[in-house]
Design a binder for this molecule. Structure first.
Ligand code: PEP
Ligand code: MG
Length: 293
C-alpha cells in the first residue's frame, strides 16, 4: 500500500471528472516543515501558532515570533502557509496570560476574543507575520469568528500594522486574509462574511462541538460527538456555497478533512482545499484521483 501511495508523490490532485483540490498540511511547530515536504503537501493550510506561547513564562517578543515564522516560510520553499493567529484559552492555558478561571472555557475568553481586547498581544504577532511575508507566500487566518464587525475591526487593525511597517521602511508581501468558520454563527453568516475576506477554512473540530453542544474534550461524550451529524454536513455545504457565491476559496482544516469516507462529498460540495496531518496527504490524493465526482 505504501508503494501504491508513493506513485502519487508529486502528482496533481485531480478527480476523474477534473475537479482540482489543494492538499495542504496542518502543523503546530516550525520543525514540522520537514514532514510537510516528506508528506508531499502543497503548502500549510493551518499553522497553529500556540506553540510560540506555550511552555515558557513570558510573552514571546516580535523578533522571536518573526524568526519562527520566517523559518517556516523559508522552509516551505515557495509553498504557501496559512498562519492562524493565537488561539489560546479553552484547552490551551498559559499562566503568564493571567486569565481568570472560567466555568465554561470553550465558551470563554479565548482566541480572537483575547486578541481583539489585548492589542499588546495582537500587534507583535501581526507585525511578525507581515514581516515574514516578505520571504514567501503567507495568508493570515483568524479563529473563533462570530461576526462581521469582528472581521472589520481585524481588517482595520491589519491596515494600521501595514501602515506602521511601511512608515518604518520594513518590507512585507501581499497577504491574503481569511477566517476560520468554526462557530455556528459564522456558518450562518457565511454569505456576509465572504464579502469581507479572501478565504474560509472550516474548523470542523470546533464547528462540531458548538453545533452539537458537545464538549470535544469530554471523553464520556465520544459516542455523541459525531462530525458526520447531518447538521454539521448541512453547514459544511452551506459554507462552501456561500464562499463560492462571493468568489472566495474555501477549505477544511479540522480533522474531518482527512476522513476518506467524506472525500467525495467534499468534492461534490466544491471544497477547494483540505488541510490534514502531513502523513495523510498521499492517501487523500489517491482517493481524490480515483474519485468519479
Ligand atoms: C478546528 O476547530 O477544527 C481547528 C482546526 O482548530 P483547533 O483544533 O486548533 O481548535
Ligand atoms: Mg478550532
Amino acid at each position: 500500500y505504501r508503494q501504491q501511495l508513493e506513485a502519487y508523490r508529486g502528482k496533481p490532485t485531480v478527480s476523474k471528472s477534473g475537479r482540482k483540490l489543494k492538499l495542504f498540511a496542518n502543523i503546530g511547530n516550525p520543525d514540522d516543515v520537514k514532514y510537510v515536504l516528506e508528506g508531499d503537501a502543497e503548502g500549510v493550510g493551518l499553522l497553529r501558532s500556540e506553540f510560540l506561547y506555550l511552555g515558557r513564562d513570558n510573552f514571546p517578543t516580535e523578533e522571536e515570533l518573526f524568526e519562527a515564522y520566517r523559518k517556516v516560510v523559508e522552509g516551505l520553499q515557495g509553498r504557501p502557509v496559512v498562519i492562524r493567529t493565537l488561539d489560546i484559552g479553552a484547552d490551551k492555558q498559559v499562566d503568564y496570560f493571567g486569565l481568570e478561571h472560567e466555568e465554561n472555557p470553550a465558551l470563554g475568553y479565548r482566541g480572537i476574543r483575547i486578541c481583539l481586547t489585548r492589542e499588546d498581544i495582537f500587534r507583535p504577532q501581526l507585525r511578525a507575520i507581515y514581516r515574514a511575508s516578505a520571504f514567501g507566500p503567507v495568508c493570515i487566518m483568524f479563529p473563533m469568528i462570530i461576526s462581521v464587525d469582528e472581521v472589520r475591526r481585524i481588517k482595520a487593525f491589519c491596515e494600521t500594522i501595514k501602515a506602521e511597517l511601511a512608515a518604518e521602511g520594513v518590507a512585507f508581501g501581499e497577504v491574503e486574509l481569511g477566517i476560520m468558520i468554526e462557530t455556528p454563527a459564522a456558518a450562518v453568516l457565511s454569505r456576509e462574511l465572504a464579502k469581507e475576506v479572501q478565504f474560509f477554512s472550516v474548523g470542523t473540530n470546533d464547528l462540531t462541538q458548538y453545533t452539537l453542544a458537545i464538549d470535544r474534550q469530554n471523553a464520556k461524550l465520544d459516542e455523541f460527538y459525531d462530525p458526520h451529524h447531518p447538521a454539521v454536513l448541512a453547514l459544511l455545504r452551506m459554507i462552501a456555497e456561500n464562499a463560492h457565491a462571493e468568489g472566495i476559496w474555501c477549505g477544511i482544516c479540522g480533522e474531518l478533512g482527512a476522513d476518506l469516507s467524506l472525500t467525495e462529498t467534499f468534492l461534490e460540495m466544491g471544497y477547494d482545499e483540505l488541510s490534514v496531518s502531513p502523513g495523510r496527504v498521499l492517501e487523500l490524493r489517491k482517493k481524490v484521483c480515483e474519485s468519479e465526482v
